[in-house]
Design a protein around this ligand. Structure first.
Ligand code: GDP
Ligand code: IMO
Ligand code: MG
Length: 428
């Protein structure tokens, strides 16, 4: 009954797509449980490179069943574009299962995301503009549209009317925009529902049955621990729970079925969008990391903010998610540095913090306390065992492991599938 949760340990873009693909060759189901097409997960197989936004990265492996769980917000137009794009490249998506309880991102959610960000001005979050926040806000406000609502015209019209009633007042009176038409929106959603229908299923039941039959399910997180609406750097977060607990609420599988929690972490740190980032580098080292690591967003193309590895964040990720293993990615990017700083604790107004401050004002004021490790010059992309890594590189990994309170079970040495060092099996 292995239920394996895989999540981002930092601020996203850690390489969850690659890690999912790696384990995906040995699992039966891959389920997304949170977020929507704000995610951008890259998988590189030979000369082919895939950017997955809403579909689970596991879909690249033909033998497994991809699932979109109830905790995901689904933009049907984006889903069909992604399916069409993959099928044109020979990837079969017909076995995709979409939860009937997942919430829909309607066109008005995208509009609201953009106008709200503009209205917030200097207080903006730096969202991906995909309608994620407004769709989750409707879910919590109990005026959301769920997948199964798309199959009943009368029922859907009532729901769209309820949802747009207040929004239209806001759009017209506050944002100076035109109101959104209820009939037209309902018709558009009904059409999208027709195409979505063959994929729709009781995914909670499917996943629970699979686990009971001894099948392996991988729960693929999007976003990351520090972007979690409860545990991240609120308000500079996404609107879902990307932490391990979200895998249960976002799929309808109980916590007793989870046997492993894998955190994916870069060997340094990046962040996209606004919000505090203690180890951020504003000098040429930051630019060097951005260029070496190709740190530009898969979804929005924005340059990612870059900084040194933050062990306070990783210890916190181990705690919040109950990590059993870490997949450390992009170690190769650090090749060529003479010395590599690691943030081991924070200084907040003259006081040392080894643990994550809960007060966001304290976190925003945190200054990194660094220790420095020697670097290495050797190309590590052909190393396939830990022992083949240069001695200083081994020491760096061992120190990150010690500081993160969790064992490092795999190490990424390049973007390709086989650019990986396996230290402990991730499936057993
Ligand atoms: P995700 O959102 O967590 O799936 O990560 P992204 O796909 O947004 O960003 C990770 C980027 O790093 C992608 O371009 C990957 O192909 C690449 N990548 C993943 N692992 C490694 C690695 O070990 N080394 C290098 N150089 N690149 C990697
Ligand atoms: P993956 O799965 C990195 C960030 C946005 C913004 C904040 C809120 O590829 O790691 P949203 O559109 O979700 O309301 O934006 O969250 N963000 C991500 N940053 N990786 C992601 O996904 C992200 N998804 C959202 O930049 O700061
Ligand atoms: Mg990404």
């Amino acid at each position: 009954m292995p239920g394996i949760v895989l999540i981002g340990a930092q601020w996203g873009d850690e390489g969850k797509g690659k890690a999912t693909d790696l384990i995906g060759t040995k699992v039966d189901y891959v389920a997304r449980f949170n977020g929507g097409n704000n995610a951008g997960h890259s998988v590189v197989v030979g000369n082919e490179s895939y950017a997955l936004h809403l579909l689970p990265s596991g879909i690249i492996n033909p033998h497994l069943t991809p699932v979109i769980g109830n905790g995901v917000v689904v933009d049907p137009e984006v889903l069909f574009q992604e399916i069409d794009g993959l099928e044109a490249r020979g990837i079969d998506c017909s076995h995709l299962k979409v939860s009937e309880a997942a919430h829909i991102i309607a066109p008005y959610h995208r509009t609201l995301d953009k106008v709200t960000e503009r209205f917030l001005g200097k207080h903006k979050i730096g969202t991906t503009g995909r309608g994620i926040g407004p769709a989750y806000a409707d879910k919590i406000n109990r005026v959301g549209i769920r997948v199964h609502d798309l199959f009943n015209a009368k029922h859907l019209h009532d729901k769209v009317e309820a949802s747009l009633h207040q929004k239209n007042q806001m759009l017209v009176k506050l944002y100076n925009r035109r109101p959104i038409d209820v009939d037209q929106t309902t018709d558009e959603l009904l059409k999208l529902g027709e195409r979505l229908k063959p994929y729709v299923a009781n995914t909670g039941l499917i996943l629970n049955k699979a686990l009971d039959e001894g099948k392996t399910v991988l729960f693929e997180g999007a976003q990351a621990t520090m972007l979690d609406v409860d545990h991240g750097t609120y308000p500079f977060v996404t609107s879902s729970n990307p932490t391990a607990g979200g895998a249960c609420t976002g799929t309808g599988v109980g916590p007793t079925k989870i046997t492993r929690v894998i955190g994916v972490s870069k060997a340094y740190a990046t962040r996209v969008g606004e919000g505090p980032f203690p180890t951020e580098l504003f000098d040429e080292s930051g630019e060097w990391l951005r260029q070496q690591g190709h740190e530009f967003g898969v979804t929005t193309g924005r340059p990612r903010r870059c900084g040194w590895f933050d062990a306070v964040v990783n210890r916190y990720a181990s705690q919040v998610n109950g990590l059993t293993d870490i997949v450390l990615t992009k170690l190769d990017v650090l090749t060529g540095l003479k010395e590599i700083p690691i943030c081991v604790a924070y200084d907040v107004d003259g006081e040392r913090h080894d643990d994550m401050p809960t007060d966001q004002a304290a976190f925003a004021a945190a200054k990194p306390i660094y220790e420095t490790m020697p670097g290495w010059d050797e190309d590590i992309s052909d190393c396939h065992t830990f022992e083949e890594l240069p001695a200083t590189c081994q020491d760096y990994v061992k120190r990150l492991e010690e500081l993160s309170n969790c064992r490092i079970s795999a190490i990424g040495t390049g973007p390709q599938r086989d650019h990986i060092i396996s230290v402990h099996s991730l499936i057993d």
